[in-house]
Design a protein around this ligand. Sequence first.
Ligand SMILES: [Zn+2]
Length: 171
Amino acid sequence: MRKDTKFGISDKRGRAQTSSDPYLPEEGLKETSVCGSCQSVYRNKRWYTDPAGFEEARKSKDVGWVTCPACRKVAEHYPEGIVTLRGSYLWEHEEEIRNILKNEESKARAKNPLERIISVDRQGDDLCIETTEQKLAEHLGRALHKAHQGDLRVSWTDEHSVCRVTWERRA
Ligand SMILES: [Zn+2]
């Protein structure tokens, strides 16, 4: 397992200094903004999953209505994480594995609404998952590895700041 320490240490660091994520520049966002599409709330320079905060913010006149970076990435199909699962074991445990992916996404999203699965597609004998954030791709790979062992590889490409994760288990 190889990991470039440049990315993924923490959200803040990735965002402020090393991320080349074109969706994150936040100039022009009002101090409090909400995403009209997923109802995430932007406050203190980050996005939150906060239904109560959303209800409160929507009544305020001084709130900005925007589409958050995650919703834009989903709409424009801009993955920063690509997870490829392969091996016969995968198809024998497909439901279980899909549930892990779903649960881990919900947990990640509760903490950071910008972490989302864009798509889960079967491509031949592989299952390919695209995520909005690199960190989530790595997280999904690690969660699978923890629950089902197998071989995990995590690599980062600098040019596009994409995290590629491959997990494989034959039997
Ligand atoms: Zn959104």
